[in-house]
Design a protein around this ligand. Structure first.
Ligand code: ZN
Length: 209
């Protein structure tokens, strides 16, 4: 298996192809490749992303079958089942990289900001469980100068939410914590821009030598 840094470079390269419109379609549809995967998988990256229809993980990283182990949930929040999914992939396949992938104008983050400003009673318990997981990282921002600038506030809130999820993965599991300590797992945070199609890896990225 490749290293976490190599996996990160592969994702960057795939996103560059996506942005520039040079898609690597052969890997996606190739029957030979599909046959090879019947007996097992070795995904090189785990992505915890948002369910948003505009951020389809394999497409924005230009990856085919068997490449990415993907968990998608509104607001890319970390629930126990999400930690379990990451543990499963990192533990079973030796996947060396986890990316928490947020995106601009995330509906779950916007809904949380709305809820903090104008609390409602009508939200379902299940929807509330998402907002409640986004809230702790976003709420402190409302007490800062950002509160007066809705665009800057949303941008900061998206990033704060990504950082919170990455930290929960780093510290919410003994297995993952051990893998990170052993340098066998890299956990980074990133934001996808709906406007440009670019993914910015902004958190936890090791300095390149
Ligand atoms: Zn979203």
């Amino acid at each position: 298996m490749i290293s976490g840094r190599e996996a990160l470079a592969r994702l960057c390269e795939g996103n560059r192809r996506f942005v520039e419109g040079e898609r690597n379609r052969q890997r996606v549809t190739d029957q030979v490749h599909r046959d090879e995967l019947v007996d097992g998988q070795a995904p090189f990256a785990i992505i915890l992303g948002c369910s948003d229809s505009r951020v389809p993980t394999e497409i924005i990283f230009d990856q085919g079958l068997g490449a990415l182990f993907v968990i998608r949930i509104a607001g890319n929040i970390v629930a126990p089942s999400g930690i379990g999914s990451v543990e499963f992939a990192a533990g079973s396949f030796g996947t060396p990289l986890v990316v928490v992938l947020g995106h601009s104008s995330c509906g779950a983050v916007l809904a949380t900001l709305d809820e903090l400003r104008r609390p409602t009673e009508s939200q379902s318990r299940n929807l509330r469980s998402i907002v409640d997981r986004v809230r702790p990282s976003v709420e402190p921002l409302l007490g800062t100068g950002l509160a007066a600038d809705p665009v800057a506030l949303t941008r900061a809130a998206v990033r704060a939410n990504v950082r919170a999820s990455a930290n929960q993965l780093r510290h919410g599991s003994e297995l993952l914590e051990q893998l990170v300590e052993d340098d066998a797992l890299l956990i980074v945070g990133a934001e996808y821009s709906l406007e440009t199609g670019e993914v910015d890896f902004f958190e936890g990225v090791p300095h390149l030598e």
